[in-house]
Write a protein that binds this ligand. Structure first.
Ligand code: ADP
Ligand code: S3P
Ligand code: MG
Length: 201
């Protein structure tokens, strides 16, 4: 498979833009787009919030893992993962094998504000704590986000081939950066694989 035939996989915390960037990136590349949250909700016929409220987080994580497994053999696609998908080491291995991994990051306060302003949060982002997200003060939500990011960032960074801070970037700028780096990366890989990169000046 040519390097640029690889899948592009988006990882990162809730609200970093994986779904929005992934959808636009797929459009620009004219490639299929898969969002694991959407796959899980479609298969279960209910929202993530209902799944978690009625069955618990473990139920959702099992369905998320199955959704990821169903994507294992795809090529030339763009995949947006849910922010917690990488926590399962088997999922991390599947993602690493699936393609080129882009980690999206943003400052905690920006993430909290984006999620509070996102209508999709109610159904797709149930609280990790006992209190409902909407009941948390902004400060408590920032504190919760900071705590969870402290645990997750090492996992995210270990998997990432490219890291983009989205805190003050527009969707367009992020997509352009990924397209540019994907094409550069692809030509480097192609050169390395056919040896043309070794003929230095
Ligand atoms: N770069 C950005 N600048 C401003 N708002 C953004 C940006 N990326 C995403 N958003 C907004 O943040 C919210 C969450 O985006 P989403 O793509 O669902 O993120 P994720 O899939 O990582 O949770 C949405 O309301 C989206 O419009
Ligand atoms: O970070 C997480 O554990 C989660 C992130 C969400 O997806 P987004 O990252 O697309 O919001 C969704 O999978 C669920 O609420 C769990
Ligand atoms: Mg998403």
């Amino acid at each position: 498979m040519l390097p640029n035939d690889r899948n592009i996989i988006l990882i990162g915390y809730r609200g970093t833009g994986k779904t929005s960037v992934g959808r636009e990136l797929a459009r620009r590349l004219n490639r299929p787009f898969h969002d694991t949250d959407v796959l899980v909700e479609a298969r279960e016929g209910r929202s993530i919030r209902d799944m978690v409220d009625q069955e618990g987080w473990a139920f959702f994580r099992e369905r998320e893992k199955a959704a990821l497994r169903s994507l294992e053999t795809i090529h030339r696609c763009v995949v947006a993962t849910g922010g917690g998908a990488v926590l399962d080491p088997e999922n991390a291995g599947v993602l690493k094998a699936m393609g080129w991994i882009v980690l999206l990051t943003a400052e905690e306060g920006i993430l909290v504000r984006r999620m509070r302003n996102d209508p999709a949060s109610h159904g797709q982002r149930p609280s990790f704590s006992a209190k409902d997200t909407a009941e948390l003060s902004e400060q408590d939500a920032i504190r919760e986000t900071t705590e969870i990011l402290t645990q997750r960032m090492p996992i995210y960074r270990r998997l990432a081939d490219l890291v983009i801070d989205t805190s003050s970037a527009t969707l367009e700028e992020i997509v352009e950066e990924i397209l540019c780096r994907f094409s550069l990366n692809g030509s480097k890989e192609a050169a390395a694989s056919d040896g043309s990169g070794s003929r230095g000046g």
